[in-house]
Structures are given as structure tokens and as C-alpha cells.
Ligand binder design. Structure first.
Ligand SMILES: *[C@@H]1O[C@H](CO)[C@@H](O)[C@H](O)[C@H]1NC(C)=O
Ligand SMILES: *[C@@H]1O[C@H](CO)[C@@H](O)[C@H](O)[C@H]1NC(C)=O
Ligand SMILES: *[C@@H]1O[C@H](CO)[C@@H](O)[C@H](O)[C@H]1NC(C)=O
Length: 354
């Protein structure tokens, strides 16, 4: 993108609109409809399609566990997401300020150019002058953790843009069926795993999520649904965020992110304990029927344990980042509790069902 073009962005009102929800919930369909409606409203709008921008989203080559954990760790995938946001940031910066991006991992430049061209086309600019038509970025990704959405909010704040979120709620079964009818479906387990992790927008808990709506996309999009989205965007355009950082929000977001990461580490440790337990049960000639029961019980026990563990961590007031916690120690101590439960479950089954 040529630097001088960015000057056209000028003082036009602008907003970032996050479209979040499960795969096949209808995000791209909604985005297309909003684009059409936005053009009628005299807005310049574009979709930022993460699946196309980020190469090798790697749904094919990895196990379910890796695929999902990949999103948690500060890995390549996360860096890619940040590069997308840096591109948007660069779009809003004055050319003089723009240095070359420290792009460690590439996103698809052609796709990005396309996003921008939709905004800078002469016909998108001509009538009311370059600085008048509002600009709307529709960010199309799953955004299943609130921390992923918060990164977008921070960018909106930094650049004084409006910020809003549409959570596309689609009944799981419909998502699965729609996904399976696609030319390149993603594995159903990925969707199931994402359901478990999904943190839908929660304005009560996160004040920065207050400009969010839930759109039920189990059935076709209704006209009134589209109108709600347009009203939301319109309101975001009229109420840009203030770049002065709100420290309380920032801290809470950091704490959430940290807790998520610590719980993830505990989850990994528990999984190892469970597979050890399964091995022990097998070695003790537990019947296959009872093996299933062991698996279920251990699994349920793990879920409950991890939920409680996360609550406990968040109750500690003194940390905002992992460096504030002795993570290894905290995880080890907590996992010992699960290990104890695991042993009890195992002993019970082995003794009852030999
Ligand atoms: C969404 O719509 C479906 C079908 O119309 C309905 O069964 C479901 O209860 C709705 N869910 C919510 C959360 O409104
Ligand atoms: C949804 O839209 C499709 C295609 O536009 C149509 O065939 C179908 O009947 C619609 N379903 C409902 C419930 O309106
Ligand atoms: C563990 O429980 C989750 C739901 O809580 C389920 O999706 C998963 O398949 C279960 N795994 C095993 C090994 O039973």
C-alpha cells in the first residue's frame, strides 16, 4: 500500500467490528451482507478474513490438541494475529510515522491489499470527499477467547476508533452440519473443542465488551438482525474509544490471559496423568466397558478440577502476569490435588471390577 494513500483516511469516523463465533456460524455471510448494506449507507467497509490472511491455518496437519493449544501459546499463530492488527494500525497511522513493520511471520499480502483497496477505491471516496465517508473494518475470525478480542479493542483505543462486537450464536448441530456441507470442512472435533473454550462476550464482566450484541444465526439472517448490526456499528462510529488507557480494564484482561495460560498448563499435566491412569487400568485387566467408565470419570473430574483451579487463580489479587506467579509451583501443587482424585477413581474401579 502506498504511504500517501493512508492520508486519505484522515478524520473520517472509523470502527473495528469483531465478528466472533464458531466455525460455520455464518460470520462470512453476515460480513457480505453488512458490506452491501454499508455501501447503501454511504460507508466504506471491508472484511478482514483471518482464514485467508493467515497462511496454513494448519487445520490439516496437526492433532486436535495441537491445533487448539496452538492458539493459546505465544506461537506463530498468535504472531500472525498480531501482524493483522499491525496492518490495520499502519493503515490508520500518518505516513510519516509509518516505519517498516517488523513482520516476523508473513500474512497473505495479496489478500490484505484487497481489503485496503476496497476502502481506497475512487468511487468509495468521490462523493463527499475523502475524509467524510465512515470506515468500517469487519474482523472475521472465531475470536473464542476474550483475550483475542481484547487485542482488537486495545488497537481501537490506541487509534481512537469505534469498537463493537457481534457474537454469532449458532446451535452447535447447525454449525456442524453447515461445516460438513462445505467444500473443505474442518474436523468436527475442532468445533467441539472450540465450544469448550468459547468465552462469549460478557459485558457484565468486561466493561470494554459493552458494545456487543448476540445474533442468533441458527436460522437465516433476518432483516431485523442486520438492522441491529448496522445500529451497533453506527453507534461505534459515533463513539470512538479514548486512547487514554484504562488501567483497571487492562489489568483485568492481563489477569484473565495469565489465568488461561496457567490453567492450560495444568490441563496438559492432567492429561498426562489420565493417560497414565488408563495404562494402569489396562494393565490391571479392567474390562473395556469399565475402561470407558474410568475415562469418563477422570475426564469429568479433570473438568471440575480445572474450573475450580481457574476460579482460585483469579481470586488471587496480586498478579497481573505470569512473572508475578511461580507458575511451575502453582501448577504442580494444584495438579497434585487432581493426582490424588485420579488415584481414588482408579483404585475404586480396579477393586470393584477386576
Ligand atoms: C436460536 O434460534 C434457534 C432456532 O430458531 C432456537 O432454537 C434457539 O433457542 C435460539 N437460541 C438462542 C440463544 O436464542
Ligand atoms: C433460508 O435461506 C435459504 C436460501 O436463501 C432458503 O432456501 C431457506 O428456505 C431459508 N430458510 C428459512 C428457515 O427461512
Ligand atoms: C471429556 O469430556 C468432554 C466434555 O466435557 C468430551 O467432549 C470429551 O470427549 C471427553 N473425553 C473423554 C476421553 O471422555
Amino acid at each position: 500500500m502506498a504511504g500517501e494513500k493512508t492520508a486519505d483516511v484522515g478524520a473520517a469516523p472509523a470502527c473495528l467490528c469483531v465478528l466472533c463465533g464458531l466455525p460455520a456460524a455464518g460470520k462470512s455471510t453476515l460480513a457480505r451482507t453488512v458490506l452491501r448494506t454499508a455501501a447503501e449507507s454511504g460507508w466504506r467497509a471491508t472484511v478482514v478474513p483471518y482464514d485467508d490472511l493467515i497462511p496454513d491455518r494448519a487445520f490439516q496437519s496437526r492433532t486436535v490438541e495441537d491445533r487448539v493449544s496452538l492458539h493459546d501459546a505465544p506461537t506463530e499463530w498468535k504472531l500472525h494475529r498480531q501482524v493483522v492488527l499491525q496492518c490495520i494500525e499502519r493503515f490508520f497511522m500518518k505516513p510519516a510515522v509509518v516505519a517498516e513493520l517488523p513482520v516476523k511471520c508473513q500474512i497473505n499480502g495479496g489478500v490484505w491489499e484487497q481489503c485496503i483497496q476496497d476502502l481506497l477505491r475512487p468511487e468509495a471516496l468521490d462523493h463527499s470527499g475523502p475524509d467524510q465517508k465512515p470506515l468500517v473494518f469487519l474482523l472475521d475470525d472465531n475470536f473464542y477467547y476474550q483475550s483475542m478480542r481484547y487485542e482488537v479493542c486495545q488497537l481501537a483505543r490506541k487509534c481512537s476508533l469505534g469498537f463493537c462486537q457481534v457474537y454469532l450464536h449458532c446451535e452447535l448441530e447447525s454449525c456442524i452440519i453447515r461445516n460438513q456441507n462445505r467444500p473443505q470442512p474442518i474436523p468436527t472435533e475442532v468445533i467441539l473443542e472450540m465450544v469448550k473454550r468459547l468465552e462469549s462476550p460478557n459485558p457484565q464482566k468486561n466493561p470494554w465488551e459493552k458494545n456487543s450484541i448476540l445474533l442468533n444465526t441458527t436460522e437465516n439472517l433476518s432483516k431485523s438482525g442486520i438492522n441491529r448490526v448496522m445500529d451497533l456499528i453506527s453507534s461505534a462510529l459515533n463513539n470512538p474509544l479514548n486512547p487514554v488507557e484504562d488501567n483497571i480494564e487492562q489489568k483485568e484482561a492481563d489477569r484473565q490471559k495469565c489465568a488461561t495460560s496457567v490453567v492450560h498448563q495444568a490441563d496438559q499435566a492432567c492429561r498426562r496423568l489420565i493417560s497414565e491412569a488408563m495404562k494402569t487400568a489396562r494393565e490391571n485387566q479392567v474390562s473395556s466397558e469399565h475402561m470407558r467408565s474410568v475415562a469418563t470419570q477422570l475426564n469429568e473430574s479433570k473438568t471440575t478440577f480445572l474450573q475450580n483451579f481457574k476460579k482460585q487463580i483469579l481470586q488471587q489479587t496480586s498478579f497481573t502476569q505470569e512473572e508475578d506467579l511461580d507458575v511451575e509451583h502453582v501448577v504442580k501443587k494444584a495438579v497434585a490435588v487432581f493426582d490424588h482424585e485420579k488415584k481414588e477413581i482408579l483404585h475404586r474401579i480396579i477393586n470393584d471390577h477386576k
